[in-house]
Design a protein around this ligand. Structure first.
Ligand code: ZN
Length: 379
């Protein structure tokens, strides 16, 4: 059996009626609890399922995020101020998978019937509670900021942009003790007890005070460098260390490798099984890193597209996401050339003007386009 490329298996389960944002008052929220005992943020705008009861499988839609290899880049680009854009993403691709339960007053059940009414042990005397599966707006903001930072860092590292990387890195001379407190639990004792002179942090908004940053878009992470860190470390090495640490942290206990046998070819298929949408998107970044993928914005429609890193020639020069966009851009350049030529410009001037407008076209092609174009007003 010959192993083939890693596939990525995950389907999102979206309620047919979609999701909606509600305020804690709307659902008479008593408290938020987490099924995995993770920390629960303070009350905040909540994302819940909309519509009628839909425990029925037929009332749900399955979506495979793997069919969109740039989903993690689109998520990272979402504007966190735009609640409608976040809702649109959830309705298209599913919730992120935080899995909190909102314990609400059962009197809201009439307006939110798609939920369970349960005895709440903390309210003895037969006080029922209404349970809603929720995630919070702040969790979405933080999740977007994290993935945005990771993809930006990845782009800078791939471009070997040390200056750009350095802007995110902060050296704390006094960070040694603090650094030990932040050390991940999987490090060996030797790592824990060495005494660095300081520590590197990745900080996206160093000017914002820590107190103000709860649930905001600021990412401020201690970087566990493998060797004794110094302030003179190469920014690219420190950047890679952070990126690897961030990806590993997101994948830990949330994405597992699985093997499958392809019944036709009797080939071995490696798959990654993420638990939820957020880990699935981090798994996309993981795969981008291991496969050396490159990402670009289409010159015509600005959408992200992926270029395989092992295909050096044609694909790395690619500027457009699809043939449709490539053809549209070609026609755009040709029509613009005709318009400039009609104003009485020579082929060379047309070519220069196109270049100035970001539509570089070689002179031979321009000559071919404008050969039969008569300047307006001349016979
Ligand atoms: Zn395009």
């Amino acid at each position: 059996m010959v192993p083939v490329h890693t596939q990525f298996a995950f389907a999102a389960h979206i309620p047919a009626a979609g999701y909606q944002w509600v305020s804690p008052n709307d659902v008479k929220l008593r408290k938020l609890v987490d099924t995995e005992k993770r920390p629960v943020p303070d009350c905040d705008v909540l994302l819940i399922q909309a519509g009628q009861p839909n425990h029925d499988e037929e009332q749900r839609v399955w979506r495979w995020p793997d069919t969109n290899p740039v989903l993690f880049r689109e998520f990272a680009d979402l504007s966190t101020d735009d609640l409608d854009a976040l809702l649109g993403f959830a309705n298209e691709n599913g919730s992120l998978g935080f899995g909190h339960i909102a314990v609400c007053d059962p009197r809201t059940a009439t307006s939110y019937p798609n939920c369970l009414v349960w005895e709440d042990p903390e309210y003895p005397g037969g006080r029922a509670a209404l349970l809603l599966g929720v995630e919070t707006y702040r969790e979405w903001v933080t999740a977007i900021a994290h993935l945005k930072t990771a993809t930006t860092v990845f782009d800078r590292l791939q471009a070997r942009d040390a200056t750009g990387m350095r802007k995110y890195l902060v050296w704390h001379d006094t960070g040694a003790r603090e650094a030990r407190e932040h050390l991940p639990t999987h490090l060996s004792d030797r790592d824990k007890y060495r005494r660095p002179d300081g520590a590197w942090y990745l900080d996206t908004h160093p000017h914002i005070a820590d107190k103000e940053s709860g649930g905001s878009a600021r990412i401020n992470d201690y970087i566990a460098t493998g060797t004794t860190p110094t302030r003179y470390d190469d920014p690219l090495t420190v950047g890679w260390t952070w990126l690897v640490q961030a990806v590993n942290h997101q994948l830990r206990n949330r994405v597992s490798p699985q093997l499958w046998i392809d019944p036709d070819g009797r080939r071995l298929i490696e798959q990654l099984h993420p638990q939820d949408l957020l880990s699935a998107m981090w798994a996309q970044l993981y795969r981008a890193m291991t496969a050396g993928k490159i990402y670009r914005n289409c010159k015509a429609c600005a959408k992200w597209f992926e270029i395989s890193g092992d295909d050096e020639g044609y694909t790395t020069r690619r500027m457009y996401c699809s043939d449709v966009c490539r053809v549209r851009a070609y026609r755009g350049r040709r029509d613009r050339a005709a318009m400039i030529a009609a104003a009485g410009k020579s082929a060379k001037e047309v070519s220069e003007q196109l270049a100035a407008e970001g539509m570089e076209t070689d002179l031979a092609t321009v000559k071919k386009w404008v050969r039969n174009i008569k300047p307006r007003g001349k016979k």
